[in-house]
Design a protein around this ligand. Structure first.
Ligand SMILES: [Zn+2]
Length: 497
């Protein structure tokens, strides 16, 4: 079977990939590498396309293949030999490498000329910096094209004429292709067929699934600057120490309530296919007395535990955050006066009462069961603007184990207000056992701060009392984040290791 396919006396070399050079020439290997440029460029096209999902790159790649197809047809109809019978196979006119590079040159030079460096409104990147980018991009295109074309003549695979003709055909094809598929559909009036077709290419169902996009329709420089500025903002938020105590994951008040959440997780019935998570929803005691108080200026943080939940506590495959939110929403709905539409409307304009959510694991952003993920539930909870009063919340939740002890309802603000989750404190990020969790990112994108509980010392040093746990034993030693370790082991209880 194999011998019939592999006839060693009649082997062919694939034109774009096969290259020979004179052993006597010290520059031979360098020019051989340069002449292979089209092959490297195809690899780059695929890599960039996979990473960026830009329609323009996919379109250019299709054009390059079309150009190669035309070249093979031309070679067979012109039938002009190569300069030597020893190097290269088939006909030589026009050079396919030169035609490939000519297309690449025309397509990308036109692309950059039609998308010159323009600043986005309100952006501060200096103009000279943009022009440097622009000049560098154009220089790279010119150098790649020039060197590859010259290498064909240098290595004696083609005559100068064959390269010249190949390059010219490539440039003509690249320019026409660019104008027809990129320039005209973008410039065309809104009802043109070309424009509708192009739009269809990136708005259809499959394109959306693959995240295919056309950035240059929205941003002058493609997404470079906007992506960079978004990244920079996120990076700075990530590295900058939080301004107020409420946003410090090392605050004892947060750690204490995370231990309460851990005790909740301890109540979960372990299953091998899901995590065991505990959750506590709390409000700050100072804010419950005076909701107009700004969280940013609260010095002594004193979160007061309101509602708890743990995985599978409520019927169905429920999550801890889902159970706690559900209990809170039900209780809020029972607030006297909250039934009156007028009272609800009036109160929804008041300063919201801020809630903190403590969860032993990052709220989920995707559920294999298809149920709504917890991040969606948190965002929807905030959007729903449930109204209740701090006094009513304190009345129904006389939990003694919170760090500030019982808060008497009479000490709390009695006015109806909306309740909003403003901060999520997580014990550990979700491991990628089942799905890739984006919870933290989604919540931050929806205006909910997310921090991790990060004790800076051992519980005894911090004066924290560890809850008695039955599912796991706490591993408390120097050098490890003992709280994160416990949250993770608790989450994975009942899992096969
Ligand atoms: Zn969840």
């Amino acid at each position: 079977m194999l011998s019939s396919i592999l006839n060693l006396e009649a082997l062919a070399a694939y034109d774009l990939t096969h290259v020979q050079y004179s052993i006597a020439d010290p520059w031979g290997p360098t020019w051989a590498l340069i002449t292979l440029m089209p092959v490297f460029m195809l690899a780059v096209y695929f890599g960039v396309l996979l990473q960026r999902r830009e329609l323009t790159y996919a379109n250019a790649l299709v054009g390059q293949f079309a150009c190669e197809f035309v070249n093979s047809k031309l070679k067979r109809s012109i039938r002009q030999a190569r300069p030597t019978p020893f190097l290269g196979q088939g006909y030589g006119m026009p050079s396919s490498h030169a035609q490939f590079c000519g297309f690449f040159f025309a397509f990308w030079v036109l692309h950059y000329l039609h998308h010159p460096p323009l600043p986005l409104p309100g952006r501060s990147r200096p103009m000279w910096c943009r022009y440097m980018d622009f000049a560098a991009m154009l220089s790279i295109i010119v150098i790649i094209t020039g060197l590859t074309c010259y290498s064909r003549v240098y290595l004696m695979y083609h005559t100068l004429e064959q390269v010249y003709v190949g390059c010219s055909i490539g440039i003509a094809m690249g320019a026409m292709y660019y104008m027809l598929t990129e320039r005209m559909p973008r410039r065309a009036k809104h009802d043109s067929l070309l424009m509708h077709f192009r739009k269809f290419l990136y708005t259809n169902y499959f394109a959306r699934m693959l995240c295919l996009r056309d950035s240059w329709t929205v941003y002058p420089d493609g997404p470079i600057e906007i992506e960079y500025s978004q990244w920079l903002t996120n990076f700075q938020a990530w590295t900058k120490p939080p301004a107020c105590t409420a946003l410090q994951g090392s605050a004892n008040a947060h750690l204490s309530l995370m231990l309460d959440a851990l005790a909740q997780a301890d109540l979960c019935i372990a299953v091998p296919t899901a995590f065991s998570v505990g959750c506590v929803i709390a409000a700050d005691a100072a804010q419950m007395r005076n909701p107009s108080m700004d969280l940013d200026v609260i010095e002594a943080l004193a979160p007061y535990s309101l509602f708890t939940g743990y995985s599978r506590e409520l019927p169905g495959n429920t999550h801890a955050e889902e159970c706690a939110l559900e209990k809170l929403a039900r209780y809020a709905a029972s607030t006297p006066d909250a039934q009156s539409k007028l009272a609800r409307e009036k109160s929804s304009k008041r300063t919201p009462l801020s809630l903190f959510m403590y969860t032993t694991m990052e709220p989920c952003s995707e559920r294999l069961s298809g149920n709504a993920p917890c991040v969606d539930r948190i965002v929807r909870f905030n959007e729903a603007r449930h109204v209740t009063s701090a006094a009513w919340l304190a009345k129904g939740t006389g939990l003694e184990n919170s760090s500030c002890g019982a808060l008497k309802p009479s000490m709390c603000d009695g006015s109806l207000r909306p309740i909003t989750v403003v901060l999520v404190v997580q014990g550990v990020r979700e491991p990628q056992d089942f799905v890739q969790c984006q919870g933290q990112r989604v919540l931050r994108g929806n205006g909910v701060d997310v921090i991790s509980a990060t004790p800076r010392a051992l519980p005894a040093t911090l004066g924290l009392k560890l809850p008695p746990l039955t599912s796991i034993s706490m591993r408390v030693s120097e050098g490890i984040n003992w709280l994160e370790d416990a949250c993770l082991r608790m989450a994975k209880k009942g899992h096969k290791t």
